[in-house]
Design a protein around this ligand. Sequence first.
Ligand code: OSB
Ligand code: MG
Length: 371
Amino acid sequence: MSIERIELCLLKMSYVHYFETSLGREKEREFILAKVFSEGIIGYGEVVASQAPLYSYETVTTAWHVLRDFFIPLLFEQKLEEPEKFAQAASRYRGHPMARAGLELALWDLKAKKMNLSLSQLYGGIYPKIPAGVSVGIQDSVSDLVHRVEDFRKQGYQRVKLKIKPGWDINICQEMRKQFPNLKLQVDANGAYDRAHMEHLLQLDEFNLLLVEQPFPPFDLWDHSLLQSKMSTDLCLDESIIGFLSTRSAVEMGSCRVINIKVGRVGGIVEARKIHDYCQHQGIPVWCGGMLESGIGRAHNLHLASLPNFKLPHDLSASRRYYAEDIIDPEITLDEEGMIRVPQGPGIGVTPREKMIDGFTLKREIFQPGK
Ligand code: OSB
Ligand code: MG
């Protein structure tokens, strides 16, 4: 009973439409798939680091390096197969949460498949389906944005998140409210502001937003707490929340009233559940963020989002929102109510399409114990 082989694949997939945030515009995505093999079963995980260190310092290259040189050797040397034991052992290394999360997710998938349970069942999830939200990037014009939002509404999305930055914020909220007065709406700045913008940001209180996500840079919990004390709209932190300790600091400082959980950003399911449970106890709702994942990462997110304190619509959309064809079967779709079913089969509950994965693969490396 141990892992016989680990495979890393670097994939590149194009988006159906560019995705622009305050950090820049991207047309395609590179990411790593981690596969763990044991007793004829394969567990799959996705490493959400991308080409450039924009959203976080990790990249596909740093993630490959720490997986190859640290996390994979650790797993083989200590014969780790239990995801919790891997998480515990891997905590001796600092940082690199996306790399460690990708491997931990593959171990969770393997474990659930061996137990013939879905990940949601294994985690203690309670929701059979979850509310889908869509994240809409910065567009070339306000009218392009209005058309895109209209289109997503027709597809059934329950809420819309708009990417904002200085100069693309108050104006687009005004236009949105003119066009869609009752839309569930929130905004995300990816840290594009600083404390000189406090008064400017307070204008966002006019638009009945569900929340304002990460106005200030990741390490600036203090300015978030100052803004939250003046702002009636709930602040939500994304980049600032890198694990349980930053969650507790943010909550105790009053830096936000809502938390976005991304399994890659916090370094795995063990840490994500610790944050989830703490927030539940503190009365802080959480929701599941996204990293434009392929179907494999997206399926993992659905299982996580089935836990009880995931209380707001998620950045979880259909496969087609980002990709012409997804690498899983069946693809992820919305129902008539704008909900997504949590897959029910063992593990991630969807089948990776290996031939298609091969087609998107730029590079592959195989690891075995003692080699
Ligand atoms: O800040 O939530 C973010 C995508 C990449 C990096 C950061 C973020 C995002 C998104 C898209 O907003 C979420 C998704 O639909 O996957
Ligand atoms: Mg965000």
